[in-house]
Write a protein that binds this ligand. Structure first.
Ligand code: ASP
Length: 347
């Protein structure tokens, strides 16, 4: 009932408010968003040069995905184009530049989902696959399973001719220092990684299909084969053409417990259904209503004690961000000419 009211509110705003915050969704063109992790990103902790450097890296990934969509490509291809770039970029906690486990290795997780038919693929705890997101995609396309882990996932990668690298490929000095600090000072991952750095992308292509993907090294000092939300379909990643596409970043345990990505999509799906006089029809959501739904789920993560953020695209309107951290590396672009990258929550 509450969601129907929200949908009605969306309609009312559509027809009565001329300002850009309440614009009617109109014809859905392509739409794209990326993130490079959320966390304690505060202006005081980053020099202007570091901020410019991260923004340039985000812009490259945003442009790579946007180009695919602009050229009429598929949402899934836009997602993998951006994430493979970010996986190779040592600034981010995915692929090269991944954080270290307690045992001093890099252990990678990734997942991807196609909103058109809800096929999904995920991998956890891999050490030698250069692009975990491409491995997740291969698992999805193979179709027999959704989630593979460890040695078996790596064997699957070899069988599918994915690029294999030495485990050293992923290691960087900064991440090793973070592990040493964590151990020496008995800190938590959140103290040493002021930014989490996981990467993700969500896309809507010109045909209206949605896709989402996420890739991560997890959290510094993770032990016992710990796996976070990023490779868990419904927690860190979800896509459904009838609802939305979501990629999350943050303290993964909480995102799993709140089934964040699935929760957002289910609420969006419900809010798009309007029942009047006993007849149900699908209505477009305004960006404002979508934002309220996403903020509501993130507030629940906060109530559980979790920190982080999400990026979301829906079948109409602009991409939406939500975070309960001081910042999230992020960017969004649309067919209508929106193109922006940002770091701090107040940007
Ligand atoms: N969500 C990831 C995890 O818990 C970490 C992150 O977003 O940086 O593994």
């Amino acid at each position: 009932m509450r969601l129907q009211l929200l949908a009605l509110l969306g309609l009312a705003l559509t027809f009565t408010t001329p300002s850009s915050a309440h614009e009617p969704p109109g014809e859905p063109g392509w739409s794209f968003a990326i993130h490079g992790g959320a966390g304690v990103l505060e202006r005081a902790r980053m020099t202007p040069e570091q901020q410019a450097d991260y923004k340039a890296a985000l812009q490259r990934a945003l442009d790579a995905g946007s180009k695919v969509l602009k050229d009429g490509g598929a949402a899934l291809d836009a997602v993998t184009a951006a994430i493979t770039l970010l996986e190779d970029d040592p600034r981010f906690n995915a692929g090269r530049g991944a954080v270290f486990t307690w045992d001093g290795i890099n252990e990678l997780d990734a997942s991807i989902m196609d909103g058109n038919g809800r096929a999904a693929g995920a991998v956890a705890g891999v050490h030698v696959v250069r692009h975990p997101i491409l491995l997740a995609r291969a698992v999805m396309e193979d179709g027999r399973h959704v989630m593979l882990s460890g040695k078996g996932a790596e064997e699957f990668a070899r069988d599918h001719d994915l690029e294999i690298v030495s485990p050293d490929w992923f290691a960087t000095d900064e991440r090793r220092r973070q592990l040493e600090t964590l151990k020496a000072q008995n800190l938590s991952a959140l103290d040493v990684e002021f930014k989490y750095g996981t990467v993700g992308a969500v896309a809507r292509d010109a045909a209206g299909h949605l896709a989402a993907g996420t890739s991560t090294g997890g959290m510094t000092g993770k032990r016992w084969g710990r796996i976070g939300d990023s490779p868990v379909i419904g927690a860190g990643t979800y896509a459904d053409d009838a609802a939305c596409a979501v990629s999350a970043t943050g303290s993964g345990e909480y995102f799993i417990r709140a089934a964040v990505a699935h929760a957002i999509c289910e609420r969006v799906k419900a809010a798009r259904k309007l029942t009047l006089n006993g007849e149900t029809e699908e209505v477009p959501l305004t960006t404002e209503v979508l934002q309220r739904i996403v903020d509501g789920v993130m507030a629940e993560v906060g109530e559980l004690g979790g920190d982080g953020g999400v990026i979301v695209v829906s079948p109409t309107g602009k991409p939406v961000f939500s975070m309960n951290t001081p910042g999230m590396y992020r960017g969004r672009a649309t067919a209508e000419g929106l193109n922006e990258v940002a770091i701090f929550a107040d940007e």
